[in-house]
Design a protein around this ligand. Structure first.
Ligand SMILES: Cc1ncc(COP(=O)(O)O)c(C=O)c1O
Length: 394
């Protein structure tokens, strides 16, 4: 299929790079013309196991052969029960609602938070999120997203949201009223520019929520499922939420989302409150079960920590080598970035021309979110391309 046909028939919602991918193999995506691209985008932190992972393929094939891809949430299916049990154990949570995407998981969290608040006192529905956050593109999630560029021209947005400064506890406290029911925050702001939370900030939010009876929601759509060197980034911080959302890598590349709860958040939703036709379907849950089993193996998490440290060290070397183009490195595990002094798109495009896929985050960060199975040789290969590109641009 041609790019021209893509341009004609797909709506213009993405600024797409001119390539048509046809297959994947390990750490590489392969275009229709056979050219191979080393993939440090991983479907934007989705394809944690790379391409053609035998375990994931087996898990999917088993469900396909059994013939039950979907059976409606009017009934239980065994893959979903196993996924619920395994995922909540992995995440240190207790119950889960399955859906299909990150936005949908956050939408569920926002609805749960408002029901939680309204049950405590009428109209206790105010939600605080952070400036430069990103929570997805549905109306609730986009309103929670603290970036006005995503709001422009989509008025009227739902009311009852306000935006505090990330890592500034006083700015959160200043927004809290007796109508506030929840705070939603990413432990590391991904789309906003790979900005990690200060541990004291998350601890402060936890204490504030406990003191005032509010829910603390972590959006781990990008940082979860092993990306930060533990199954969830909050486990690195050691500060637990009441509600935890996941998607992206949740099912290793099959669309899936999850909103997990613990304690007082467990019983807010009752039958009829919320639903998703495809949520928890057997195919996606087979993918979740495979990811849960892989992340349950400590050596997998150790590999992410090792490769993350290696990638970080190599990025630091590039920052030192090109001080006029690079200002700093940021990140944790295998979500890493370089803060650039030039527009990231220039570097992204030049890397693409040399067979490397990378992407931007925020206005000035070059982002690296490779499949978690990445090895040293691939990190070396990727960063030698970035090195070449920076050399040419300086
Ligand atoms: C932190 C975070 N939350 C939510 C989303 C939205 O996820 P989805 O595109 O699956 O709706 C994203 C996507 O980038 C994200 O990074």
């Amino acid at each position: 299929m041609s790019i021209e046909e893509g341009k004609q028939y797909l709506l213009d919602t993405y600024a797409q790079v001119p390539v048509v991918f046809a297959s994947g193999e390990g750490m590489y995506l392969i275009a229709e013309d056979g050219s191979r691209y080393l993939d440090f985008v991983g479907g934007i932190a989705v394809n944690a196991l790379g391409y053609q992972d035998p375990g994931l393929q087996r898990a999917i094939e088993t469900v396909v052969r059994r013939g039950l891809l979907h059976c409606s949430n009017l009934y239980y299916n065994s893959e979903a029960i196993a996924a619920a049990k395994g995922l909540t154990a992995l995440a240190g949570m207790e119950r889960v609602f399955f859906c299909n995407s990150g936005a949908e998981a956050n939408e569920a969290a926002l609805k749960l938070a408002r029901k939680f608040g309204n049950l405590k006192s009428p109209k206790r529905s105010h939600i605080i999120s952070m400036v430069d956050s990103f929570h997805g593109r549905t109306y609730g999630a986009i309103t929670a997203t603290g970036q006005s560029k995503y709001h422009a021209n989509f008025d009227p947005l739902p009311t009852g949201f306000s935006y505090a400064c990330f890592n500034d506890l006083d700015s959160v406290k200043a927004l809290v009223t007796d109508k506030t029911c929840a705070i939603i925050v990413e432990p590391i702001q991904g789309e906003g520019g790979i900005i990690p939370a200060d541990p004291a900030f998350l601890k402060g939010l936890r204490d504030l929520c406990d003191e005032l009876g509010m829910l603390l929601i972590y959006d781990e759509v990008q940082t979860g499922m092993g990306r930060c060197g533990k199954p969830f980034a909050y486990q690195v911080y050691g500060v637990k939420p009441d509600v935890l959302t996941a998607a992206k890598a949740l099912a290793g590349g099959i669309p899936a989302g999850a909103m997990m709860t613990i304690g007082k958040a467990n019983t807010v939703f009752q039958p009829g409150d919320h639903a998703s036709t495809f949520g928890g379907n057997a195919l996606a849950c087979a993918g979740i079960n495979e990811m849960v089993s892989r992340l349950g193996d400590e050596s997998f998490n150790e590999h992410v920590r090792d490769m993350g440290a290696y990638l970080h060290q190599k990025l630091e070397a590039l920052v030192a080598k090109y001080p006029t183009l690079c200002a700093a490195t940021r990140g944790l595990g295998l979500i890493q970035g370089i803060v650039l002094t030039i527009t990231p798109r220039t570097v992204v495009d030049a890397c693409f021309a040399k067979g490397l896929l990378v992407l931007s985050a925020g206005s000035n960060v070059l982002r690296f979110v490779p499949p978690l199975v990445v090895g040293r040789a691939e990190i070396d290969a990727a960063l030698s391309i970035v090195d070449e590109v920076l050399e040419e641009l300086q």
